[in-house]
Design a protein around this ligand. Structure first.
Ligand code: HEM
Length: 388
């Protein structure tokens, strides 16, 4: 299903019909792929995502993908329990609100530096290239403890990792280089510990919980999971706010109001546009539909987040003051619910108000030139020319 060209911030309109008439329905994923259940309502989405009879293991038969593969343990989104929880338990501490708050100042500093460079490009700059993409990876390098002198190397390779225009070989080379780099860094921090995430991952290697490779993979996975996702939310967030200038004051009305506004943007924009994939490992029932072991499921978060049963008749509208915005499932649900959500929230709370404060006349330079990523797993602008 494709979005309406005139409504690039809305999910494809067909989902409303599915929610009303066929909320759990069999769909084809194209030639060579198994069929899967499409889950479109909020309540069913949460029920499936919280069900321990589902798996994210890409190598299981029936997993709704054309290319079955297995992922290393450090990419723990694709691991079932007990392996998943071993990684998640170690990392949960790293994403606690207190740790993330400690990064707020660094995030503001990184943002300021990027903005100083952006304004040089007057009259037009690409907000994606100048701010939205570099900011999250610079913040993650800060979180991991990548030394300042290696930021350029880290940045260059992480850029390739999420670039849809490069070849598979280029991507694999970048992934290999980053993996090797992180492995060396883990070894270095085991000998010279510091107060950073890489050091603490190294301590897990000493304790025998992880291998050095696992620790490096975790670092690479965090970068992968937290880079383009946040970047897309920055780009789309700016576009949504520019379309609703009357609501901009909500960003400055207080801490709680800003937090609610960001939740509403996450709900309204739901960047995980291709849904979350699962495969059933046992038979179970959801809303009177029997799912059998081996059946694939695609859980459409963007549809669930526009469900009128939860978000009322105004579900399709952006309302930065929406009282129950935080009930959204933009970060998923269940054991794999986004680990990085406190970080993503903090970054958006820093960037969006500051951007409009620094550039009060910010606007899209030419709407025809905005390029979206209609087929990417995470939706957002690939090119966003702005002027101010
Ligand atoms: C606005 C930005 C973000 C959005 C919308 C987002 C969305 C999601 C979603 C929907 C999932 C669940 C996937 C599934 O169940 O199949 C997820 C998982 C995950 N996210 Fe995020 N994410 C964002 C930012 C981040 C950041 C900044 C990080 C870390 C630096 C991060 C790290 C992760 C990790 C590690 C998982 C896997 C968790 C697990 O399996 O236990 N994400 N994210």
């Amino acid at each position: 299903m494709t979005r309406e060209p005139e409504a690039p911030l809305d999910p494809p309109s067909q989902y409303g019909g599915f929610r009303r008439e066929a909320p759990i329905t069999r769909i084809s994923l194209g030639p060579g792929a198994p069929t899967a259940w499409l889950v479109t309502r909020w309540e069913d989405a949460r029920a499936v995502l919280a069900n321990p009879a589902t798996s994210t293991d890409l190598s299981r038969p029936g997993y709704p993908s054309r290319t079955p593969m297995s992922m290393p343990p450090g990419f723990f989104l694709f691991q079932d329990n007990p392996i998943h929880d071993v990684f998640r338990k170690v990392l949960t501490r790293e994403f606690m609100v207190k740790r993330i708050e400690a990064l707020r100042e660094a995030t503001a500093r990184i943002f300021d530096g990027l903005m100083d460079e952006l304004v040089v490009h007057r009259p037009v700059a690409d907000l994606v290239e100048a701010v939205a993409l570099p900011l999250p990876s610079l913040v993650i390098s800060e979180l991991l403890g990548v030394p300042y002198e290696d930021h350029v190397f880290f940045q260059e390779h992480s850029k390739v990792l999420i670039d849809n225009t490069v070849t598979g070989a280029q991507k694999a080379a970048a992934q290999g280089a980053l993996g090797d780099y992180l492995e060396t860094l883990v070894e270095r921090r085991r000998k010279e510990p510091r107060d950073d995430l890489i050091t603490r991952l190294g301590q897990q290697v000493d304790a025998g919980t992880f291998t050095t490779r696992d620790a490096a993979d975790v670092g690479a996975f965090l970068l992968f999971a937290g880079h383009e996702t946040t970047a897309n939310m920055i780009g789309l967030g700016v576009l949504a706010l520019l379309e609703h200038p009357d609501q901009l004051p909500r960003l400055y009305a207080g801490k709680a109001e800003l937090a609610t506004a960001i939740e509403e943007l996450l709900r309204y924009l739901t960047i995980a546009q291709s849904g979350l994939a699962r495969v059933a490992i046992e038979d179970f029932t959801v809303d009177e539909t029997t799912i059998q072991a081996g059946d694939g499921l695609i859980i459409m978060l963007n549809s669930a987040n526009r469900d009128e049963a939860i978000f009322s008749a105004t579900a399709d509208e952006l309302d930065l003051g929406r009282a129950n915005a935080r009930q959204h499932v933009a970060f998923g649900y269940g054991i794999h619910q986004c680990l990085g959500q406190p970080l993503a929230r903090m970054e958006l709370q820093v960037v969006l108000p500051e951007l409009f404060r620094r550039l009060p006349n910010l606007r899209v330079a030419d709407r025809q030139e905005v390029i979206y990523k209609p087929h990417a797993a995470a939706y957002g602008p690939a090119l966003l020319p702005v002027t101010w």
